[in-house]
Design a protein around this ligand. Structure first.
Ligand code: SAM
Length: 300
């Protein structure tokens, strides 16, 4: 589909010096692209676009923010999935909230222990755009273990049966618009109730260097719900997000040590699936926080 779409690119504008800028109050990230916007639709929630960047390949943007690029999406999607699943060992039922590009379900569905994945994405345009232009990211939308629901993940978790998921992954956007409620205590209380006794929650947690307020507030909120010792933060590199350092925070309901993994288990899995980013040392190292981050989280 992408090759077909590319045929319609105007050769006169193909090599234009056009930049996409993901701009915040005091900083910006720019990527040069072909000048053609391959997909551009605005829903009641947000504007979804696809552009072809020179440095990072096909790129999904939502409301002028980079969400996912071909070149570095694996960092994000491998780290949101594998640390929790491999440290737990018996994850069967998974709920993914958001994640419309399909990268998270692609990673989750690599695990043979997983029996069923329910994904609730609020905006079908994101799914459509990714299916059309990011086939390597969206390739699992037809997987037989997947149940895809287009709807509000917040409402879905509120109404979920208690103890029905071993893993809940919140792959949402920044805390504005439809994702604002994904950063509230009420939402995480619903997630806690929906987790099985040994269940794990993983949530997109912004950056300690960029959106430090949301990063700290989310940590406090998770600690109130799960307990201080049961919340762990991991950091990873992603060059196309502001500051290049991003985080996930994990809430553990039972006694699983999510910060560790058996070498053999992580290496076998990583080699079998030719992973790009994740391995056993990356898993453990990601939970080793720099002092300034520990201070922010009152963990030093
Ligand atoms: N994987 C992406 C990346 O690399 O950054 C994550 C960001 S994006 C896919 C986040 C998704 O969360 C968007 O598609 C957005 O529509 C969705 N979303 C936001 N609020 C939501 C809500 N309340 N319920 C379900 N999905 C939501």
């Amino acid at each position: 589909i992408r090759e077909e779409a590319k045929k319609h690119i105007n050769p006169e504008t193909f090599n234009r010096n056009v930049w996409f800028t993901d701009k915040d109050e005091n900083q910006a990230l720019s990527l040069r692209y072909t000048g053609e916007v391959l997909y551009d639709k605005t829903s009641e929630f947000q504007r979804t676009r696809i552009i072809d960047t020179y440095a990072y390949g096909t790129t999904l943007t939502i409301d002028n923010m980079v969400m996912c690029t071909e070149k570095d999406e694996s960092h994000y999607h491998e780290m949101i999935s594998h640390p929790a699943i491999l440290s737990h060992g018996h994850i069967k039922k998974v709920l993914v909230i958001g994640g419309g590009d399909g990268g998270t379900i692609r990673e989750v569905l690599r695990h043979s222990s997983v029996e069923k994945v329910t994904m609730v994405e609020i905006d079908e345009n994101v799914i459509e755009a990714s299916k059309m232009y990011l086939p390597s990211v969206s390739r699992s939308f037809n997987h037989p273990k997947l149940k895809l629901i287009v709807g509000d993940g917040i409402k879905f978790v509120e109404e979920a049966k208690p103890e029905s998921y071993d893993l809940i992954i919140v792959d949402g956007s920044d805390p504005v618009g439809p994702a604002e409620g994904l950063f509230s205590k009420k939402f995480y209380e619903s997630c806690f109730n929906a987790l099985t006794p040994n269940g794990i929650l993983v949530t997109q947690a912004e950056s300690p260097l960029f959106n430090d307020r949301a990063f700290v507030e989310l940590n406090g909120c998770l600690k109130e719900v799960f307990g201080n010792e049961k919340v762990k933060t991991l950091l990873f590199h992603i060059p196309t997000y502001p500051s290049g350092t991003w985080s996930f925070q994990l809430g553990v309901k039972g006694d699983i040590d999510v910060t560790n993994v058996k070498d053999e288990c992580a290496e076998t899995f990583g080699n079998n699936h030719l992973l790009n980013y994740y391995n056993a040392n990356v898993h453990r190292g990601a939970f080793a926080l720099p002092n300034f981050v520990k201070r922010m989280l009152n963990e030093l």
